[in-house]
Design a protein around this ligand. Structure first.
Ligand code: NAD
Length: 546
Protein backbone atom coordinates (compact mmCIF):
# COMPACT_ATOMS: atom_id res chain seq x y z
CA UNK A 1 0.00 0.00 0.00
CA UNK A 2 1.63 3.31 -1.00
CA UNK A 3 1.81 6.23 1.38
CA UNK A 4 -0.09 8.39 -1.11
CA UNK A 5 -3.22 6.38 -0.42
CA UNK A 6 -3.17 7.57 3.20
CA UNK A 7 -4.47 10.93 4.26
CA UNK A 8 -2.04 11.00 7.15
CA UNK A 9 0.47 8.81 8.91
CA UNK A 10 -2.03 7.74 11.51
CA UNK A 11 -3.90 5.73 8.86
CA UNK A 12 -0.79 3.58 8.48
CA UNK A 13 -1.18 2.53 12.09
CA UNK A 14 -4.83 1.65 11.58
CA UNK A 15 -4.44 -0.59 8.56
CA UNK A 16 -3.24 -4.15 9.30
CA UNK A 17 -1.29 -4.39 6.03
CA UNK A 18 0.74 -1.22 6.65
CA UNK A 19 0.99 -1.11 10.42
CA UNK A 20 4.43 -1.73 11.87
CA UNK A 21 3.55 0.01 15.11
CA UNK A 22 6.69 0.66 17.17
CA UNK A 23 8.87 -0.75 14.38
CA UNK A 24 8.47 2.30 12.13
CA UNK A 25 12.01 3.65 11.87
CA UNK A 26 12.83 7.22 12.79
CA UNK A 27 13.26 8.07 9.10
CA UNK A 28 9.86 6.59 8.30
CA UNK A 29 8.25 8.43 11.18
CA UNK A 30 9.58 11.71 9.76
CA UNK A 31 8.67 10.87 6.18
CA UNK A 32 5.22 9.45 6.84
CA UNK A 33 3.89 11.92 9.38
CA UNK A 34 4.14 9.59 12.35
CA UNK A 35 6.17 11.84 14.65
CA UNK A 36 4.59 12.14 18.05
CA UNK A 37 2.35 9.15 17.44
CA UNK A 38 4.68 6.44 18.72
CA UNK A 39 6.87 5.88 21.78
CA UNK A 40 10.50 6.92 21.27
CA UNK A 41 12.23 3.57 21.04
CA UNK A 42 12.16 1.82 17.66
CA UNK A 43 11.44 -1.90 17.87
CA UNK A 44 12.20 -4.66 15.41
CA UNK A 45 9.90 -7.39 14.18
CA UNK A 46 12.00 -9.88 16.14
CA UNK A 47 11.39 -7.95 19.36
CA UNK A 48 7.69 -7.53 18.61
CA UNK A 49 7.40 -11.25 17.93
CA UNK A 50 8.93 -11.97 21.31
CA UNK A 51 6.33 -9.79 22.96
CA UNK A 52 3.51 -11.50 21.08
CA UNK A 53 4.70 -14.92 22.18
CA UNK A 54 5.21 -13.76 25.73
CA UNK A 55 1.68 -12.45 25.99
CA UNK A 56 0.17 -15.49 24.23
CA UNK A 57 1.99 -17.93 26.49
CA UNK A 58 0.96 -16.04 29.62
CA UNK A 59 -2.72 -16.63 28.94
CA UNK A 60 -4.53 -19.40 30.76
CA UNK A 61 -6.86 -20.62 27.99
CA UNK A 62 -6.44 -21.38 24.30
CA UNK A 63 -9.56 -19.40 23.45
CA UNK A 64 -7.89 -16.32 24.98
CA UNK A 65 -4.84 -17.03 22.85
CA UNK A 66 -7.10 -17.30 19.81
CA UNK A 67 -8.72 -13.94 20.58
CA UNK A 68 -5.32 -12.31 21.01
CA UNK A 69 -3.98 -13.73 17.74
CA UNK A 70 -7.08 -12.71 15.79
CA UNK A 71 -6.70 -9.21 17.22
CA UNK A 72 -3.08 -9.16 16.08
CA UNK A 73 -4.16 -10.28 12.60
CA UNK A 74 -6.54 -7.31 12.47
CA UNK A 75 -3.88 -4.94 13.79
CA UNK A 76 -0.57 -5.94 12.22
CA UNK A 77 -0.80 -8.56 9.50
CA UNK A 78 2.90 -9.00 8.87
CA UNK A 79 3.69 -9.54 12.52
CA UNK A 80 0.78 -11.98 12.82
CA UNK A 81 1.96 -14.06 9.86
CA UNK A 82 5.65 -13.90 10.78
CA UNK A 83 4.82 -15.19 14.26
CA UNK A 84 2.47 -17.86 12.92
CA UNK A 85 4.96 -19.06 10.30
CA UNK A 86 7.90 -19.16 12.69
CA UNK A 87 5.92 -20.92 15.44
CA UNK A 88 3.50 -22.96 13.36
CA UNK A 89 3.68 -26.04 15.60
CA UNK A 90 2.66 -24.05 18.64
CA UNK A 91 0.17 -21.70 17.02
CA UNK A 92 -1.62 -23.81 14.41
CA UNK A 93 -3.73 -25.55 17.09
CA UNK A 94 -4.77 -22.08 18.30
CA UNK A 95 -5.47 -20.49 14.92
CA UNK A 96 -7.09 -23.66 13.58
CA UNK A 97 -8.22 -27.01 15.03
CA UNK A 98 -8.90 -27.65 17.80
CA UNK A 99 -9.29 -24.10 19.21
CA UNK A 100 -11.12 -22.76 16.15
CA UNK A 101 -13.98 -25.10 17.08
CA UNK A 102 -14.52 -23.34 20.37
CA UNK A 103 -13.95 -19.98 18.68
CA UNK A 104 -16.79 -20.78 16.27
CA UNK A 105 -19.11 -21.83 19.07
CA UNK A 106 -18.43 -18.51 20.79
CA UNK A 107 -17.99 -16.49 17.58
CA UNK A 108 -20.62 -13.85 18.30
CA UNK A 109 -19.48 -13.48 21.90
CA UNK A 110 -15.83 -12.93 21.04
CA UNK A 111 -16.53 -10.81 17.95
CA UNK A 112 -14.29 -7.73 17.75
CA UNK A 113 -13.74 -6.71 14.17
CA UNK A 114 -15.49 -7.79 10.96
CA UNK A 115 -13.45 -9.89 8.55
CA UNK A 116 -14.65 -11.42 5.30
CA UNK A 117 -17.77 -11.15 3.22
CA UNK A 118 -21.33 -12.08 4.19
CA UNK A 119 -24.13 -13.19 1.88
CA UNK A 120 -27.68 -13.54 3.19
CA UNK A 121 -31.00 -14.35 1.50
CA UNK A 122 -31.90 -10.66 1.54
CA UNK A 123 -28.88 -9.98 -0.70
CA UNK A 124 -30.62 -11.79 -3.57
CA UNK A 125 -30.10 -9.77 -6.76
CA UNK A 126 -27.31 -7.64 -5.24
CA UNK A 127 -24.45 -10.03 -4.60
CA UNK A 128 -22.35 -8.93 -7.56
CA UNK A 129 -22.80 -5.30 -6.60
CA UNK A 130 -21.97 -6.05 -2.94
CA UNK A 131 -18.72 -7.73 -3.96
CA UNK A 132 -17.58 -4.32 -5.17
CA UNK A 133 -17.58 -3.25 -1.51
CA UNK A 134 -14.67 -5.60 -0.85
CA UNK A 135 -11.59 -3.37 -0.58
CA UNK A 136 -9.06 -5.60 -2.38
CA UNK A 137 -9.03 -5.66 -6.17
CA UNK A 138 -7.32 -8.99 -6.72
CA UNK A 139 -8.84 -11.98 -4.94
CA UNK A 140 -7.28 -15.36 -5.78
CA UNK A 141 -8.63 -17.76 -3.12
CA UNK A 142 -12.10 -17.77 -1.60
CA UNK A 143 -13.24 -20.10 1.17
CA UNK A 144 -17.02 -20.38 1.52
CA UNK A 145 -19.06 -22.08 4.22
CA UNK A 146 -22.73 -22.02 5.08
CA UNK A 147 -21.90 -23.09 8.62
CA UNK A 148 -24.12 -26.16 8.66
CA UNK A 149 -21.45 -28.73 9.60
CA UNK A 150 -18.65 -26.96 11.36
CA UNK A 151 -15.90 -29.50 12.10
CA UNK A 152 -17.74 -32.24 14.01
CA UNK A 153 -19.78 -29.61 15.88
CA UNK A 154 -22.87 -29.40 13.70
CA UNK A 155 -24.88 -26.36 12.62
CA UNK A 156 -23.23 -23.21 13.96
CA UNK A 157 -24.86 -20.82 11.48
CA UNK A 158 -22.96 -17.59 10.87
CA UNK A 159 -20.63 -18.46 13.75
CA UNK A 160 -19.02 -20.78 11.21
CA UNK A 161 -17.24 -17.74 9.72
CA UNK A 162 -14.32 -18.67 12.00
CA UNK A 163 -13.58 -21.54 9.61
CA UNK A 164 -12.99 -19.59 6.34
CA UNK A 165 -11.04 -17.01 8.34
CA UNK A 166 -8.84 -19.73 9.86
CA UNK A 167 -8.39 -21.68 6.62
CA UNK A 168 -7.29 -18.57 4.77
CA UNK A 169 -4.84 -17.68 7.53
CA UNK A 170 -3.36 -21.11 6.85
CA UNK A 171 -3.30 -20.49 3.09
CA UNK A 172 -1.13 -17.49 3.83
CA UNK A 173 1.04 -19.01 6.54
CA UNK A 174 1.52 -22.41 4.92
CA UNK A 175 1.59 -21.62 1.20
CA UNK A 176 2.34 -17.92 1.08
CA UNK A 177 -0.88 -16.78 -0.58
CA UNK A 178 -0.86 -13.04 0.10
CA UNK A 179 -3.53 -12.02 2.66
CA UNK A 180 -4.72 -9.40 0.15
CA UNK A 181 -5.64 -12.25 -2.21
CA UNK A 182 -7.74 -14.16 0.32
CA UNK A 183 -11.48 -13.78 0.89
CA UNK A 184 -13.47 -15.60 3.60
CA UNK A 185 -17.16 -15.88 2.71
CA UNK A 186 -20.07 -16.72 5.00
CA UNK A 187 -23.16 -17.85 3.16
CA UNK A 188 -25.53 -17.04 6.00
CA UNK A 189 -28.81 -18.72 5.15
CA UNK A 190 -30.00 -18.91 8.77
CA UNK A 191 -29.54 -21.75 11.24
CA UNK A 192 -31.56 -24.64 12.64
CA UNK A 193 -29.55 -24.49 15.85
CA UNK A 194 -32.18 -23.56 18.47
CA UNK A 195 -29.59 -22.45 20.98
CA UNK A 196 -28.28 -19.86 18.52
CA UNK A 197 -31.77 -18.78 17.50
CA UNK A 198 -32.49 -18.06 21.16
CA UNK A 199 -29.20 -16.27 21.77
CA UNK A 200 -29.91 -12.53 21.68
CA UNK A 201 -26.25 -11.84 20.93
CA UNK A 202 -26.11 -14.18 17.91
CA UNK A 203 -24.96 -12.15 14.89
CA UNK A 204 -26.30 -14.22 12.00
CA UNK A 205 -29.67 -14.36 10.26
CA UNK A 206 -31.95 -15.46 13.10
CA UNK A 207 -34.28 -17.57 11.03
CA UNK A 208 -34.51 -21.22 10.12
CA UNK A 209 -32.23 -22.24 7.25
CA UNK A 210 -33.18 -21.43 3.72
CA UNK A 211 -33.41 -24.70 1.80
CA UNK A 212 -34.37 -26.16 -1.56
CA UNK A 213 -34.55 -24.13 -4.72
CA UNK A 214 -34.15 -20.77 -3.00
CA UNK A 215 -30.89 -21.98 -1.42
CA UNK A 216 -29.59 -23.26 -4.75
CA UNK A 217 -30.47 -19.99 -6.47
CA UNK A 218 -28.60 -18.00 -3.84
CA UNK A 219 -25.49 -20.20 -4.23
CA UNK A 220 -25.76 -19.91 -8.02
CA UNK A 221 -25.91 -16.15 -7.80
CA UNK A 222 -22.90 -16.07 -5.47
CA UNK A 223 -20.79 -18.32 -7.70
CA UNK A 224 -21.69 -16.34 -10.84
CA UNK A 225 -20.95 -13.06 -9.07
CA UNK A 226 -17.53 -14.34 -8.01
CA UNK A 227 -16.77 -15.63 -11.50
CA UNK A 228 -17.71 -12.27 -12.94
CA UNK A 229 -15.75 -10.16 -10.48
CA UNK A 230 -12.68 -12.39 -10.00
CA UNK A 231 -12.63 -14.97 -12.83
CA UNK A 232 -9.27 -16.35 -11.69
CA UNK A 233 -10.30 -16.95 -8.08
CA UNK A 234 -10.23 -20.47 -6.68
CA UNK A 235 -13.34 -21.33 -4.66
CA UNK A 236 -13.02 -23.75 -1.75
CA UNK A 237 -16.23 -25.14 -0.26
CA UNK A 238 -15.83 -25.84 3.42
CA UNK A 239 -17.95 -27.42 6.15
CA UNK A 240 -21.22 -27.78 4.27
CA UNK A 241 -23.53 -30.56 5.43
CA UNK A 242 -22.76 -33.69 3.44
CA UNK A 243 -25.74 -33.75 1.01
CA UNK A 244 -25.11 -30.09 0.11
CA UNK A 245 -21.36 -30.64 0.00
CA UNK A 246 -21.79 -33.32 -2.66
CA UNK A 247 -24.54 -31.53 -4.54
CA UNK A 248 -22.56 -28.29 -4.80
CA UNK A 249 -19.35 -30.05 -5.76
CA UNK A 250 -21.10 -32.03 -8.47
CA UNK A 251 -22.91 -28.95 -9.68
CA UNK A 252 -19.85 -26.73 -10.03
CA UNK A 253 -16.78 -28.96 -10.42
CA UNK A 254 -16.97 -28.91 -14.23
CA UNK A 255 -18.02 -25.29 -14.63
CA UNK A 256 -16.11 -23.47 -11.89
CA UNK A 257 -12.59 -23.34 -10.50
CA UNK A 258 -13.47 -25.02 -7.21
CA UNK A 259 -13.11 -27.97 -4.86
CA UNK A 260 -14.56 -29.20 -1.59
CA UNK A 261 -11.93 -29.49 1.10
CA UNK A 262 -13.91 -31.84 3.37
CA UNK A 263 -14.34 -34.29 0.54
CA UNK A 264 -11.24 -33.88 -1.62
CA UNK A 265 -8.69 -32.30 0.74
CA UNK A 266 -9.43 -34.84 3.47
CA UNK A 267 -9.20 -37.60 0.89
CA UNK A 268 -5.73 -36.58 -0.22
CA UNK A 269 -4.32 -36.20 3.28
CA UNK A 270 -5.75 -39.55 4.38
CA UNK A 271 -4.53 -41.28 1.23
CA UNK A 272 -1.05 -39.85 1.81
CA UNK A 273 -1.17 -41.34 5.32
CA UNK A 274 -2.23 -44.72 3.92
CA UNK A 275 0.59 -44.61 1.35
CA UNK A 276 3.11 -43.75 4.08
CA UNK A 277 1.75 -46.50 6.37
CA UNK A 278 2.70 -49.14 3.79
CA UNK A 279 6.33 -48.09 4.20
CA UNK A 280 6.04 -49.17 7.87
CA UNK A 281 3.81 -52.21 7.43
CA UNK A 282 5.57 -53.46 4.30
CA UNK A 283 2.18 -54.23 2.73
CA UNK A 284 1.52 -53.57 -0.92
CA UNK A 285 -0.82 -50.58 -1.33
CA UNK A 286 -3.02 -52.31 -3.85
CA UNK A 287 -3.56 -55.30 -1.53
CA UNK A 288 -5.04 -53.19 1.26
CA UNK A 289 -8.56 -53.62 2.62
CA UNK A 290 -9.79 -50.38 4.13
CA UNK A 291 -12.80 -49.98 6.42
CA UNK A 292 -14.41 -46.65 7.23
CA UNK A 293 -16.42 -45.92 10.34
CA UNK A 294 -18.68 -43.10 9.19
CA UNK A 295 -20.06 -42.84 5.68
CA UNK A 296 -20.35 -39.09 5.27
CA UNK A 297 -18.48 -36.64 3.07
CA UNK A 298 -15.07 -37.11 4.67
CA UNK A 299 -15.04 -40.93 4.54
CA UNK A 300 -16.64 -41.13 1.09
CA UNK A 301 -14.23 -38.55 -0.28
CA UNK A 302 -11.32 -40.67 0.95
CA UNK A 303 -12.86 -43.77 -0.60
CA UNK A 304 -13.48 -42.08 -3.96
CA UNK A 305 -9.88 -40.90 -4.21
CA UNK A 306 -8.58 -44.27 -3.00
CA UNK A 307 -10.49 -45.95 -5.83
CA UNK A 308 -8.63 -43.69 -8.28
CA UNK A 309 -5.36 -44.54 -6.53
CA UNK A 310 -6.06 -48.29 -6.65
CA UNK A 311 -6.89 -47.98 -10.35
CA UNK A 312 -3.68 -46.04 -10.94
CA UNK A 313 -1.93 -48.96 -9.21
CA UNK A 314 -3.47 -51.39 -11.68
CA UNK A 315 -6.76 -52.59 -10.17
CA UNK A 316 -10.04 -52.54 -12.08
CA UNK A 317 -12.68 -50.15 -10.72
CA UNK A 318 -14.70 -53.12 -9.47
CA UNK A 319 -11.74 -54.63 -7.62
CA UNK A 320 -10.85 -51.22 -6.20
CA UNK A 321 -14.36 -50.62 -4.87
CA UNK A 322 -14.53 -54.11 -3.39
CA UNK A 323 -11.57 -53.31 -1.11
CA UNK A 324 -13.43 -50.49 0.59
CA UNK A 325 -16.20 -51.00 3.13
CA UNK A 326 -18.20 -48.59 5.22
CA UNK A 327 -19.92 -48.85 8.58
CA UNK A 328 -22.19 -46.00 9.58
CA UNK A 329 -24.45 -45.35 12.55
CA UNK A 330 -26.77 -48.13 11.38
CA UNK A 331 -24.09 -50.75 10.75
CA UNK A 332 -22.33 -52.13 7.69
CA UNK A 333 -23.28 -50.31 4.51
CA UNK A 334 -24.81 -53.05 2.34
CA UNK A 335 -27.02 -53.17 -0.71
CA UNK A 336 -30.11 -54.40 1.18
CA UNK A 337 -30.31 -51.23 3.32
CA UNK A 338 -32.97 -48.71 2.39
CA UNK A 339 -31.60 -45.75 4.39
CA UNK A 340 -28.51 -45.02 2.29
CA UNK A 341 -27.66 -41.74 0.60
CA UNK A 342 -26.65 -41.55 -3.02
CA UNK A 343 -22.95 -41.25 -2.30
CA UNK A 344 -23.10 -44.52 -0.30
CA UNK A 345 -24.52 -46.60 -3.15
CA UNK A 346 -21.29 -47.43 -5.03
CA UNK A 347 -19.93 -48.92 -1.78
CA UNK A 348 -23.08 -50.81 -0.74
CA UNK A 349 -21.79 -54.35 -1.26
CA UNK A 350 -23.92 -57.47 -1.51
CA UNK A 351 -23.21 -58.59 2.05
CA UNK A 352 -25.28 -59.37 5.13
CA UNK A 353 -26.27 -56.55 7.46
CA UNK A 354 -24.11 -56.53 10.60
CA UNK A 355 -22.70 -54.28 13.30
CA UNK A 356 -19.25 -52.70 13.45
CA UNK A 357 -17.37 -55.35 15.44
CA UNK A 358 -18.83 -58.21 13.43
CA UNK A 359 -17.90 -56.38 10.24
CA UNK A 360 -14.33 -55.91 11.47
CA UNK A 361 -14.03 -59.61 12.14
CA UNK A 362 -15.65 -60.64 8.88
CA UNK A 363 -13.80 -58.22 6.59
CA UNK A 364 -10.45 -58.06 8.41
CA UNK A 365 -9.33 -54.62 7.20
CA UNK A 366 -5.68 -53.56 7.27
CA UNK A 367 -6.68 -49.94 7.66
CA UNK A 368 -9.49 -48.51 9.81
CA UNK A 369 -10.48 -44.88 9.24
CA UNK A 370 -12.91 -43.07 11.54
CA UNK A 371 -14.77 -40.00 10.27
CA UNK A 372 -17.92 -40.03 12.36
CA UNK A 373 -17.80 -36.98 14.60
CA UNK A 374 -18.67 -39.56 17.30
CA UNK A 375 -16.04 -39.71 20.05
CA UNK A 376 -15.03 -43.01 21.62
CA UNK A 377 -16.36 -45.18 18.79
CA UNK A 378 -12.97 -46.92 18.46
CA UNK A 379 -13.42 -48.85 21.70
CA UNK A 380 -10.88 -51.12 23.30
CA UNK A 381 -12.60 -54.09 21.60
CA UNK A 382 -12.22 -52.40 18.21
CA UNK A 383 -8.53 -51.61 18.62
CA UNK A 384 -7.78 -55.04 20.08
CA UNK A 385 -9.56 -56.69 17.16
CA UNK A 386 -7.53 -54.63 14.67
CA UNK A 387 -4.36 -55.63 16.55
CA UNK A 388 -5.34 -59.31 16.44
CA UNK A 389 -5.89 -59.15 12.69
CA UNK A 390 -2.78 -57.11 11.81
CA UNK A 391 0.86 -56.89 12.83
CA UNK A 392 0.67 -53.15 12.18
CA UNK A 393 -2.95 -52.08 12.49
CA UNK A 394 -3.42 -48.76 10.73
CA UNK A 395 -5.88 -46.63 12.70
CA UNK A 396 -6.92 -43.12 11.72
CA UNK A 397 -9.26 -41.26 14.09
CA UNK A 398 -10.00 -38.27 11.91
CA UNK A 399 -12.93 -36.61 13.65
CA UNK A 400 -12.38 -33.05 14.78
CA UNK A 401 -12.01 -31.34 17.12
CA UNK A 402 -10.00 -33.44 19.60
CA UNK A 403 -13.06 -34.00 21.78
CA UNK A 404 -14.72 -35.84 18.84
CA UNK A 405 -11.86 -38.18 17.97
CA UNK A 406 -12.88 -41.85 17.67
CA UNK A 407 -10.09 -42.70 20.11
CA UNK A 408 -7.08 -40.98 21.59
CA UNK A 409 -3.49 -41.66 20.55
CA UNK A 410 -2.80 -43.21 23.93
CA UNK A 411 -5.74 -45.62 23.55
CA UNK A 412 -4.66 -46.63 20.05
CA UNK A 413 -1.11 -47.39 21.17
CA UNK A 414 -1.83 -48.97 24.53
CA UNK A 415 -4.73 -51.18 23.35
CA UNK A 416 -2.63 -52.44 20.42
CA UNK A 417 0.45 -53.08 22.58
CA UNK A 418 2.25 -50.27 20.78
CA UNK A 419 1.74 -51.73 17.30
CA UNK A 420 -0.81 -49.27 15.91
CA UNK A 421 0.13 -46.90 13.12
CA UNK A 422 -2.01 -44.03 14.27
CA UNK A 423 -3.04 -40.68 12.84
CA UNK A 424 -5.73 -38.25 13.95
CA UNK A 425 -7.51 -35.18 12.63
CA UNK A 426 -6.64 -32.99 15.61
CA UNK A 427 -3.28 -33.00 17.36
CA UNK A 428 -2.35 -35.46 20.11
CA UNK A 429 0.79 -35.40 22.24
CA UNK A 430 3.36 -38.13 21.75
CA UNK A 431 2.86 -41.24 23.87
CA UNK A 432 5.53 -43.08 25.87
CA UNK A 433 4.82 -46.78 26.05
CA UNK A 434 7.21 -49.48 27.32
CA UNK A 435 10.16 -47.16 26.87
CA UNK A 436 9.25 -46.24 23.30
CA UNK A 437 8.01 -42.84 22.18
CA UNK A 438 5.21 -42.90 19.61
CA UNK A 439 4.61 -39.73 17.63
CA UNK A 440 1.05 -39.69 16.26
CA UNK A 441 0.65 -38.18 12.81
CA UNK A 442 -1.90 -35.42 12.31
CA UNK A 443 -3.90 -36.06 9.13
CA UNK A 444 -4.70 -32.41 8.85
CA UNK A 445 -6.00 -31.08 5.53
CA UNK A 446 -3.55 -28.23 5.94
CA UNK A 447 -0.95 -30.50 4.38
CA UNK A 448 -2.94 -30.44 1.17
CA UNK A 449 -5.22 -27.47 0.48
CA UNK A 450 -2.64 -24.66 0.67
CA UNK A 451 -0.37 -26.45 -1.80
CA UNK A 452 -3.26 -27.30 -4.12
CA UNK A 453 -4.36 -23.65 -4.04
CA UNK A 454 -0.87 -22.25 -4.58
CA UNK A 455 -0.14 -24.59 -7.48
CA UNK A 456 -3.50 -24.02 -9.11
CA UNK A 457 -3.46 -20.24 -8.94
CA UNK A 458 0.23 -19.95 -9.83
CA UNK A 459 -0.37 -21.59 -13.22
CA UNK A 460 -3.77 -19.91 -13.60
CA UNK A 461 -5.62 -23.21 -13.67
CA UNK A 462 -9.29 -23.10 -14.51
CA UNK A 463 -10.30 -26.45 -12.98
CA UNK A 464 -9.31 -28.63 -10.06
CA UNK A 465 -9.19 -32.31 -11.02
CA UNK A 466 -9.11 -35.54 -8.98
CA UNK A 467 -5.69 -36.24 -10.49
CA UNK A 468 -4.39 -33.08 -8.81
CA UNK A 469 -5.40 -34.50 -5.42
CA UNK A 470 -3.80 -37.85 -6.28
CA UNK A 471 -0.54 -36.17 -7.16
CA UNK A 472 -0.76 -34.05 -3.99
CA UNK A 473 -1.21 -37.21 -1.88
CA UNK A 474 1.69 -38.90 -3.61
CA UNK A 475 3.95 -35.89 -3.13
CA UNK A 476 3.01 -35.52 0.54
CA UNK A 477 3.70 -39.20 1.27
CA UNK A 478 7.09 -38.93 -0.44
CA UNK A 479 8.11 -36.11 1.89
CA UNK A 480 8.02 -38.20 5.09
CA UNK A 481 11.50 -39.44 5.82
CA UNK A 482 12.49 -42.79 7.29
CA UNK A 483 13.37 -41.34 10.70
CA UNK A 484 9.88 -39.85 10.97
CA UNK A 485 8.32 -43.18 9.96
CA UNK A 486 10.48 -44.91 12.55
CA UNK A 487 8.65 -42.90 15.25
CA UNK A 488 5.32 -43.83 13.73
CA UNK A 489 4.67 -40.42 12.17
CA UNK A 490 3.04 -40.56 8.76
CA UNK A 491 3.37 -36.90 7.85
CA UNK A 492 6.25 -34.45 7.74
CA UNK A 493 6.48 -32.04 10.70
CA UNK A 494 4.45 -28.83 10.47
CA UNK A 495 7.68 -26.89 10.73
CA UNK A 496 8.29 -28.00 7.11
CA UNK A 497 4.84 -27.03 5.89
CA UNK A 498 5.90 -24.24 3.54
CA UNK A 499 8.32 -26.56 1.77
CA UNK A 500 5.62 -29.27 1.66
CA UNK A 501 3.14 -26.79 0.16
CA UNK A 502 5.66 -25.56 -2.40
CA UNK A 503 6.44 -29.13 -3.51
CA UNK A 504 2.76 -30.02 -3.73
CA UNK A 505 2.10 -26.79 -5.63
CA UNK A 506 4.72 -27.67 -8.24
CA UNK A 507 3.29 -31.18 -8.66
CA UNK A 508 -0.26 -29.81 -8.94
CA UNK A 509 0.75 -27.19 -11.50
CA UNK A 510 2.59 -29.88 -13.50
CA UNK A 511 -0.60 -31.90 -13.48
CA UNK A 512 -2.63 -28.86 -14.57
CA UNK A 513 -0.31 -28.39 -17.55
CA UNK A 514 -0.58 -32.10 -18.37
CA UNK A 515 -4.37 -31.91 -18.37
CA UNK A 516 -4.52 -28.66 -20.32
CA UNK A 517 -6.10 -26.83 -17.37
CA UNK A 518 -3.30 -24.26 -16.92
CA UNK A 519 -3.85 -20.99 -18.76
CA UNK A 520 -0.51 -19.35 -17.94
CA UNK A 521 2.15 -20.09 -20.58
CA UNK A 522 4.45 -22.58 -18.89
CA UNK A 523 7.34 -20.81 -17.12
CA UNK A 524 10.82 -22.22 -17.84
CA UNK A 525 11.32 -22.98 -14.19
CA UNK A 526 7.98 -23.84 -12.60
CA UNK A 527 9.47 -24.43 -9.18
CA UNK A 528 11.13 -20.99 -9.10
CA UNK A 529 8.01 -19.35 -10.54
CA UNK A 530 5.88 -20.78 -7.73
CA UNK A 531 8.30 -20.05 -4.91
CA UNK A 532 8.72 -16.46 -6.11
CA UNK A 533 5.00 -15.90 -5.54
CA UNK A 534 5.04 -16.94 -1.90
CA UNK A 535 4.29 -14.14 0.53
CA UNK A 536 6.99 -14.04 3.18
CA UNK A 537 6.12 -11.34 5.67
CA UNK A 538 8.80 -8.94 6.77
CA UNK A 539 8.93 -5.20 7.25
CA UNK A 540 11.98 -4.94 5.00
CA UNK A 541 10.03 -5.91 1.89
CA UNK A 542 7.33 -3.44 2.70
CA UNK A 543 9.73 -0.57 3.30
CA UNK A 544 10.57 -0.63 -0.39
CA UNK A 545 6.98 -0.07 -1.38
CA UNK A 546 6.03 2.37 1.36
P1 NAD B 1 -21.02 -36.47 8.09
O1 NAD B 1 -22.03 -35.98 9.04
O2 NAD B 1 -21.23 -36.32 6.63
O3 NAD B 1 -20.81 -38.04 8.34
C1 NAD B 1 -20.77 -38.64 9.58
C2 NAD B 1 -20.95 -40.12 9.37
O4 NAD B 1 -20.66 -40.77 10.60
C3 NAD B 1 -22.35 -40.56 8.96
O5 NAD B 1 -22.26 -41.55 7.97
C4 NAD B 1 -22.92 -41.18 10.25
O6 NAD B 1 -23.84 -42.24 9.99
C5 NAD B 1 -21.67 -41.73 10.88
N1 NAD B 1 -21.76 -41.86 12.33
C6 NAD B 1 -22.14 -40.93 13.23
N2 NAD B 1 -22.10 -41.47 14.48
C7 NAD B 1 -21.70 -42.75 14.32
C8 NAD B 1 -21.46 -43.80 15.22
N3 NAD B 1 -21.65 -43.65 16.53
N4 NAD B 1 -21.06 -44.99 14.72
C9 NAD B 1 -20.87 -45.16 13.40
N5 NAD B 1 -21.06 -44.18 12.49
C10 NAD B 1 -21.46 -42.99 12.96
O7 NAD B 1 -19.66 -35.81 8.52
P2 NAD B 1 -18.31 -35.66 7.68
O8 NAD B 1 -18.33 -34.42 6.89
O9 NAD B 1 -18.02 -36.92 6.95
O10 NAD B 1 -17.27 -35.46 8.87
C11 NAD B 1 -17.11 -36.43 9.87
C12 NAD B 1 -15.96 -36.07 10.78
O11 NAD B 1 -14.76 -36.05 10.05
C13 NAD B 1 -16.07 -34.70 11.46
O12 NAD B 1 -15.80 -34.83 12.83
C14 NAD B 1 -15.00 -33.88 10.83
O13 NAD B 1 -14.42 -32.98 11.74
C15 NAD B 1 -14.00 -34.95 10.45
N6 NAD B 1 -13.13 -34.51 9.37
C16 NAD B 1 -11.80 -34.59 9.58
C17 NAD B 1 -10.93 -34.17 8.63
C18 NAD B 1 -9.45 -34.32 8.86
O14 NAD B 1 -9.04 -34.62 9.91
N7 NAD B 1 -8.60 -34.15 7.92
C19 NAD B 1 -11.41 -33.61 7.45
C20 NAD B 1 -12.80 -33.52 7.24
C21 NAD B 1 -13.64 -33.99 8.22
Amino acid sequence: MSKQTHENGFDLLLHPSTNKSTAFTLAERRELGLQGLLPARVSTMVGQKRLVLESIRRKAFDIERYIALRALQDRNERLFYRTLIDHIDELMPIVYTPTVGQACKEFAHIFRQPRGFYVTPSDRGNIRQNLDNWPESEVRVIVITDGERILGLGDLGANGMGIPIGKLALYTACAGISPAHCLPVMLDVGTDNEELLHDELYLGVDEKRLRGEAYDELVDELISAIQDKWPEALIQFEDFLTPNAYRLLNRYRDSAFCFNDDIQGTAAVALAGVYASTRISGLNFKDLRIMFLGAGSAATGIADLTVEAFMAAGLSREAAVSRLTFVDINGLVVASRSDLQEHNLPYAHAKEEMGFLDALQAIRPHVLIGATGAPGTFTRDVIETMARINDHPVIFALSNPTSRAECTAEQAYSWSAGRAIFASGSPFESVELDGRRHMPGQGNNVYIFPGIGLGAIACKANRISEAMFLTAADTLASLVDDAQLENGTLYPPFSEIREVSARIAVAVAEQAYKEGHALLPRPDNLDAHIRAQMYDPSYENEEKSL
